[in-house]
Ligand binder design. Structure first.
Ligand SMILES: NC(=O)c1ccc[n+]([C@@H]2O[C@H](COP(=O)([O-])OP(=O)(O)OC[C@H]3O[C@@H](n4cnc5c(N)ncnc54)[C@H](O)[C@@H]3O)[C@@H](O)[C@H]2O)c1
Length: 399
């Protein structure tokens, strides 16, 4: 039994918590920490028996915790991950791993020195459909991967946020918060190490001038493959209109064609953001979140990812994946798999039982962060950049 402590009980923690029940024979929540006293008090009422700490340091020092899930803002990830490792705790950390390569190196060193495991949390490659796509690619039936295009458009920039949460210089904004998903997807499916990044980033949203509203990145891989990563956070158009109405939760979106196109929400004071969360509407889309929660839950989508190989194509379908080859199109069904939270903790449990490193270990998180930083730097410098910490996804783990 792994005893779990969560650092930071905000929106990310609330996404993780409901799914931990599905692995109750492996993981038990024993403690949480936050700097907001009122949030801790309310959490204690909803989760009696869970220890409440007012600092991450106290949580890490607790004897009732084996693994610390870091769900504090990005700028604290490195300090909190190092604290946890230094106290001999395993670490699961929300994306991005940290906000600079130096911070990633500090985490890698702390985890190695303590002999604990690090699992990169909240990656879309835990989705069963991406694992299924990878299986087809790895089987070799379609030949080598030649081209990956992954696109996502959502309302990231107009969700209820504080001004500090829309500042690239504080390690947040669409590249730090959303690009890790797309980078993980293309690194995983391509298999080959990323060689270079050329990107364009732009700040177009009047109310949010401190961060980018969109990015377009071209990645090249050592084996000659290429990928485009395209993202727009302005919320005028949501990709679910192209993915059968299915988004990140797996529930059908009620009206994919008109997701509050007129609502332009500027950054707001913290109290106002927390009011949205208390009212069960953290993304500010209305109480139902714009989704039909009674619909059958499908494998979740993170935008549209189309993988071209030498002799065919794979992409996600409503119930699994589509494979296109000389015979035409066929659908391979795929279950929903472990949900966010449960997937990362089961990967940790499996790694501990098998005395292996997690697939998404600290080196994985660092390689993804390096690409994200390169997207920002390439956008600023208007030139192609090469990388230092990449390695082939083909070579690691059991996936
Ligand atoms: N919002 C999302 O949809 C979402 C989804 C997935 C992952 N994430 C990731 O989760 C992390 C947190 O994002 P969030 O949206 O949940 O933010 P949030 O603001 O909702 O929650 C962060 C929590 O951390 C607490 N906190 C801040 N500083 C702290 C400190 N020094 N010590 C202890 N607690 C502290 C805050 O009080 C808050 O409760 C980020 O890394 C983000 O990238 C967010």
């Amino acid at each position: 039994m792994l005893r779990l402590g969560i650092a930071g009980i905000g929106i990310a923690a609330e996404q993780v918590l409901p799914n931990i029940g599905s692995i109750a024979d492996t993981v038990r929540l024993t403690a949480v920490a936050d700097v907001r006293a009122e949030a801790l008090r309310a959490f204690g009422v909803r989760h009696p028996g869970v220890e409440l700490f007012d600092s991450v340091e106290a949580l890490c020092a607790s004897d009732a915790v084996d693994v610390v899930w870091i769900a504090t803002p990005n700028e604290y990830h490195a300090a909190h991950a190092v604290l946890a490792a230094d106290h001999g705790k395993h670490v699961v950390c929300e994306k991005p791993m940290a906000t600079t390569i130096e911070q990633c190196n500090a985490i890698v060193a702390a985890v190695e020195a303590a002999g604990v495991k690090y699992v990169q949390g909240h990656s879309k490659i835990y989705y069963s459909v991406l694992r299924r796509m990878r299986e087809v690619i790895k089987s070799g039936e379609l030949g080598r991967v030649t081209q990956i295009n992954t696109w996502n458009f959502n309302d990231w920039l107009i969700r209820p946020r504080t001004p500090a949460e829309e500042r690239t210089d504080l390690g947040t904004g669409p590249v730090f918060r959303q690009a890790p998903h797309q980078v993980d997807i293309v690194r995983y499916l391509a298999g080959s190490p990323v060689s270079s990044v050329r990107a364009v980033t732009a700040r177009r949203e009047a109310g949010s001038p401190e961060t980018e509203s969109d990015y377009t990145a071209l990645l090249t891989f050592e084996d000659g493959a290429a990928a485009t990563l395209v993202f727009n956070a302005q919320g005028y158009f949501d990709i679910v209109d192209l993915t059968w109405g299915i988004g990140e939760s797996g529930y059908r979106t009620l009206d994919p064609g008109s997701i509050r196109p007129a609502e332009r929400r500027a950054p707001m004071p913290a109290e106002e953001k927390w009011r949205f969360q208390r009212e069960g509407d953290p993304y500010g889309r209305g109480r139902d979140g714009g989704e039909d929660k009674r619909s059958l839950r499908k494998p979740p989508f993170f935008g549209l990812t189309i993988v071209h190989c030498e002799r065919g194509v794979v992409r996600q379908s409503p119930d699994g994946i589509f494979v296109y080859d000389r015979e035409g199109r066929r659908e391979l069904a795929c279950g929903a798999g472990y949900l966010r939270g449960a997937a990362e903790l089961m990967e940790l449990a499996d790694a501990l039982a098998g005395e292996r490193e997690p697939f998404l270990d600290a080196a994985w998180g660092r390689a993804t962060l390096e690409v994200c930083v390169a997207i920002l730097e390439s956008g600023a410098q208007r030139r192609e950049l090469t990388l230092n910490y990449q390695f082939p996804a083909n070579a690691v783990g059991t996936w």
